[in-house]
Design a protein around this ligand. Structure first.
Ligand SMILES: [Zn+2]
Length: 235
């Protein structure tokens, strides 16, 4: 039975690495796949992982017809056994329906990878459709950590270092900080608490390096031994 799987987890948890690993595993047994991505950090039509792996892929534009593409390939006599679909949160819901149809009617395995929610903690339409249709959802173990050491579960967008909560759902971050025009857009993963309070690593660092009474803690009866934690808790 062909399978429709959705591997999900926050940014930086190794989804693209796993996507490329899965492609390697399947292709090394002689199966033939096709790789897709959308708005990868490395630019158009490339799946890249933070570990430095890179593979060419087909860029998924809003108008790409997965069903039409696969049927045309098969009709031309080309073999396809599986699809690897990275950055699937950016796909249109209708494209996810096409992927489900490919699994059911053409018996191809489809492996999707993506994050669930955007920088405003709202689910991406593509991810929602995947949750609704996939045979199985694999939550990737959270390997990314917030600056405070808690598991990082939420994606924050920063513009010139400041966390923002308004803007378009899809804005690709700058990967070449030296080569940009306009404000720098970046992403950072945070625990839910610090996402809610907008405390990015830079904010925490700036605030904590302000003259805080760490040195004077012992002399101040009001603060006591838990004072460091209280300062952190105050965020
Ligand atoms: Zn945190």
């Amino acid at each position: 039975m062909a399978e429709f799987l959705f591997f999900t987890g926050p940014m930086d948890c190794g989804k693209s690495t796993l996507a490329l690993q899965l492609d390697y595993t399947h292709s090394s047994t002689g199966r033939l796949g096709r790789l897709f991505t959308s708005n990868d950090r490395a630019g158009e039509a490339t799946i890249s992982s933070r570990l430095g792996l890179r593979r060419p892929a087909i860029e998924v534009s809003e108008t790409l017809d997965f069903w039409g593409y696969v049927v045309a390939q098969l009709t031309e006599g080309r073999r396809i056994d599986y699809l690897i679909c990275d950055e699937a949160q950016f796909y249109q819901p209708g494209q996810v329906d096409q992927l489900a149809r490919i699994v059911d009617e053409l018996q191809l395995d489809v492996f999707c990878f993506g994050i669930l929610t955007d920088f405003q903690t709202k689910i991406f339409p593509g991810s929602q459709r995947l949750v609704e249709l996939a045979d199985r959802i694999e939550s990737l173990q959270v390997r990314a950590l917030c600056w405070c050491g808690e598991p990082a579960t939420h994606n924050a967008r920063t513009i010139d270092g400041q966390m923002v909560t308004e803007g378009d759902q899809v804005v690709v971050g700058d990967t070449e900080p030296g080569d940009r025009r306009g404000p720098e857009v970046a992403y950072e993963v945070l625990c839910r608490r610090h996402h809610r309070r907008h405390v990015t690593r830079a904010v925490a660092k700036a605030t904590l390096s302000d003259p805080l009474p760490f040195g004077a803690v012992d002399a101040d009866d009001d603060l006591g031994p838990g004072a460091d934690d209280q300062v952190l808790d105050s965020f």
